[in-house]
Design a protein around this ligand. Structure first.
Ligand code: CAA
Ligand code: NAD
Length: 284
């Protein structure tokens, strides 16, 4: 299938970055969120990133004018009716994802692909909620989506090979390196990365060191580009907690038990960078 028009659902941390790389690769993009302020914030952020690119000599004013013309922002999911693929990047909740993917199946044209950027959930379960499980798959980007090169491509049980190949090609065209993964909780990266971040939160909760010391230790002692708790704040503590909880449920193994530090912070609304507070304070 030849992808020309891309729909991105959810204009939060991930959706905005996915829309950015898709536009920059020359695609027409419709970016939709239910919250108008989030759509405005995302478009504003993209415009700022493109202005910065012109100032740095990384893009011309003409290129940026084209980017802006390629991007449509909306709050009406019906605007996806003629897209070739939707990349869904909404809240990490299986019931909401199933409901919304079912709705996408009813709105989108019959051959459109429905991709989900879920961090860990079952692609097969999401696919089964739609009228086209053979055209549903995981297309998992990494944060910041405009920078990180990887896309995990995860077929569900009945996803066709054509759909998988189309999404592998699309990932390459938007400048990413696709890696194929079988369906399993957290796929490759999050199966390994989330327990590491969880253990760092346990070290914090036990008072062994401060967040800054833990992050410094992992950067200087293990060569990490950023510390695990800064990373939790970047990803969103709600998302890390949701992934840990899914691992416990799916593997029935207490080794994945989420740190109480995550629970406490989520209860307080301290989700990380996106709310201004997490392991660190971004408002001060
Ligand atoms: N959003 C957008 N762009 C960002 C950014 C952000 N949050 N942070 C940095 N950048 C951009 C900068 O603008 C800069 O771009 P230019 O080169 O065009 O100027 C570029 O990234 C490099 O930035 P810096 O030189 O300031 O910083 P750096 O070299 O330290 O790199 C980093 C920043 C790429 C974020 C690096 O620290 C890193 O790789 N961190 C680890 C990120 C990671 O592990 N991500 C995966 C999280 S798990 C996940 O995403 C899956 C999931 O399901 C939860
Ligand atoms: P986020 O909270 O920043 O944004 C989610 C957005 O979805 C919000 O703006 C919300 O208004 C919107 N939304 C919720 N329900 C909606 C609906 N029915 N229709 C349209 N929009 C709706 O979350 P995020 O960090 O961007 O994560 C989105 C997805 O991507 C999740 O599945 C997450 O697990 C996954 N993911 C996140 C990261 C990360 O580092 N944050 C990395 C890879 C994958």
């Amino acid at each position: 299938m030849n992808i020309k028009k891309i729909g991105v659902l959810g204009a939060g941390t991930m959706g905005a970055g996915i829309a950015q790389v898709s536009v920059q690769a020359g695609y027409s993009v419709i970016l939709i969120d239910v919250v108008p302020e989030i759509v405005e914030k995302a478009v504003d952020g993209l415009n700022k990133a493109w202005t910065k690119a012109v100032e740095k000599g990384k893009a011309t004013a003409e290129t940026v004018a084209n980017y802006k013309a390629q991007l449509i922002a909306s709050t009406d999911i019906n605007d996806f009716k003629d897209v070739d693929i939707v990349i869904e990047a909404i809240v990490e909740n299986i019931d909401i994802k199933k409901k919304v993917q079912k709705q996408l199946g009813e709105i989108c044209k019959a051959d459109a692909i429905l991709a989900t950027n879920t961090s860990a959930l079952s692609i097969t379960e999401i696919a089964a909620a739609t009228n086209r499980p053979d055209k549903v798959l995981g297309m998992h980007f990494f944060n910041p989506a405009s920078v990180m090169k990887l896309v995990e491509v995860i077929p569900g049980v009945v996803t066709t090979n054509d759909v998988v190949q189309t999404v592998i090609e699309l990932s390459k065209k938007i400048g990413k390196e696709p890696v194929l993964a079988k369906e399993s909780p957290g796929f490759i990266v999050n199966r390994i990365l989330v327990p590491y971040i969880n253990e760092a939160a346990n070290v914090f909760y036990e008072g062994i060191a401060t967040a800054a010391e833990i992050d410094k230790a992992m950067k200087l002692g293990a060569g990490m580009p950023m510390g695990p708790l800064e990373l939790a704040d970047l990803v969103g503590i709600d998302i890390i907690l949701a992934v840990c909880e899914f691992f416990v449920k799916e593997f029935a193994d207490s080794k994945y038990r989420p740190s109480l530090a995550f629970k406490q912070k989520v209860r307080a609304g301290h989700l990380g960078k996106k709310t201004g507070k997490g392991f660190y304070d971004y408002i001060k």
